[in-house]
Design a protein around this ligand. Structure first.
Ligand SMILES: [Fe+2]
Ligand SMILES: [Fe+2]
Length: 137
């Protein structure tokens, strides 16, 4: 979970860099959850979720602007996927996870990891050849 794989590469350096950063934020969350202590990590979890939200918004905007600039036809569908993820993260940050923290955080972690992996491998990969053909690497 949250490990960079070469298969993630979209062959655009800046976007690969941003995806690595997203995976890094996810791995911080995974790390906190793996701690076998009885300390309440609520504040740290919330802080990481906030970081994740901010960084995904930044990253999604970057991709969307690039798609717009070069007239990528899959833009609208791509934007919808991005928005759904941001909405979900906002929901998670406003939800009360103080009770049953381990369970809720574990579910959240699995959701985030699956979403990022699937989105990069399926949706982001749709623009890979398109951008490369436009000379963007
Ligand atoms: Fe992406
Ligand atoms: Fe994307």
């Amino acid at each position: 979970m949250f490990k960079w794989k070469d298969a993630f590469s979209v062959n655009v350096a800046e976007i690969d860099k941003q995806h690595k950063k997203l995976i890094e934020i996810g791995s911080k969350l995974a790390h906190i959850l793996s701690l076998k202590d009885d300390i309440d990590h609520y504040d740290e979890i919330m802080e990481i979720l906030e970081n994740l939200k901010e960084y995904t918004v930044y990253h999604f905007n970057y991709e969307e602007e690039l798609m717009k600039k070069y007239g990528f036809e899959g833009l609208k569908a791509h934007e919808r996927e991005h928005q759904a993820f941001v909405d979900k993260i906002i929901e998670l940050t406003t939800k009360d996870i103080d009770d049953n923290q381990k369970k809720v955080t574990m579910d959240m972690l699995i959701f985030i990891a699956d979403w990022i992996e699937n989105h990069i491998l399926k949706t982001d990969h749709k623009y890979k050849d398109f951008f490369n053909e436009k000379g963007i690497f």
